[in-house]
Ligand binder design. Structure first.
Ligand code: C2E
Ligand code: MG
Ligand code: MG
Ligand code: MG
Length: 279
């Protein structure tokens, strides 16, 4: 009785919970059709060299514009895509689209050395992931060095042996790897020795506190020193003003990405930005 009443009261009095699960369900249904319906697009955010602001590459960031739900942020739909397995076809679409964009820019003389693509755990764990990457490179005609794959620490922490084989296969293809959100994950530094990674992206949470908080600065110093010793480049994520940029440069970071330089932009806008900044 009490249980039944409890359940009933949950239904009646917890519309927030109910609508949340309904929303996840609706998102999943809509997301599964988003590719065919042409609702997905990529925005591109430049990465710059801190010494002189020269653009070096871009990160591709997925955008979903649903006709009724409006713009759904990645923070909401990437999780849904990961939980449902939809991230596999979505990830393939992102990879191919980003490489096509790079080839187009290359043909048009837009200065962009590479395009970075985010990779989810489920994508990376597919046994044939390196083959999918190779196939996308072949289909689009992009060279391996035009691509960078952004992995999170959790991708490498889980099932290290399989991850090692996958990173080795990607290395053999010549595709550079970066660790995204570095310093926030399940941090075993051992994998930095074992995996063929080229860049560390210092998480925005540390970057935001540089100039304000000695602990965040100590962490940035440590990451920059570690990267230098291991021969890796560092990219500061989420740099929002020039002061932060100057402080990060002084602390040994090489590259930056953030609103201080450019926001993620649709392809045409990004191309103009790259042309102007790359002159
Ligand atoms: P991320 O890979 O760490 O991407 C950086 C995020 O920081 C982006 O959010 C970007 O818009 C935001 N950002 C850049 N500069 C600044 C800044 O100066 N200040 C602040 N506050 N934020 C800044 P976005 O586009 O909303 O993407 C969020 C996350 O969604 C990404 O984090 C990534 O984990 C995931 N994501 C986006 N696109 C894809 C995709 O194609 N595949 C996968 N698997 N994940 C994706
Ligand atoms: Mg990223
Ligand atoms: Mg990040
Ligand atoms: Mg992230």
């Amino acid at each position: 009785e009490a249980k039944a009443a409890g359940r009933r009261s949950w239904r009646v009095y917890n519309p927030a919970l109910q609508s949340r699960s309904e929303r996840v369900h609706a998102l999943h249904r809509a997301l599964s059709q988003a590719v065919q319906r042409g609702e997905l697009s990529l925005h591109y955010q430049p990465q710059v060299r801190l010494t002189d602001g020269a653009p070096l590459g871009v990160e591709a960031l997925l955008r979903w514009h649903h006709p009724r739900l409006g713009v759904v942020p990645p923070a909401e739909f990437i999780g849904v895509a990961e939980d449902s397995g939809l991230i596999i076809p979505l990830g393939d679409w992102v990879l191919e689209q980003a490489l096509r964009q790079w080839v187009q820019w290359h043909d048009q003389g837009v200065p962009c050395a590479r395009v970075a693509v985010n990779v989810s755990v489920a994508q990376f764990r597919q046994g044939d992931f390196p083959h999918r990457v190779q196939a996308a490179l072949r289909r689009t005609g992009a060279p391996a060095h035009a691509l960078e794959l952004e992995l999170t620490e959790s991708v490498l922490a889980h099932d290290a042996e399989a991850a090692l084989a996958t990173t080795e296969a990607l290395r053999a293809l010549g595709v550079p790897l970066a660790i995204d959100d570095f310093g926030t994950g399940y941090s075993s530094l051992a994998y930095l020795r074992r995996f063929a990674v080229q860049r560390l992206k210092i998480d925005r949470s540390f970057v935001a506190d540089v100039g304000r908080d000695g602990d965040a600065e100590a962490i940035v110093d440590l990451i920059a020193a570690l990267a230098q010793r291991l021969g890796l480049q560092t990219v500061a994520e989420g740099v929002e003003n020039p002061t932060q940029g100057a402080l990060l440069l002084a602390r040994g970071c090489q590259l930056a990405q953030g609103y201080a330089y450019a926001r993620p932009m649709p392809p045409d806008e990004c191309a103009s930005w790259l042309r102007t900044a790359g002159r």
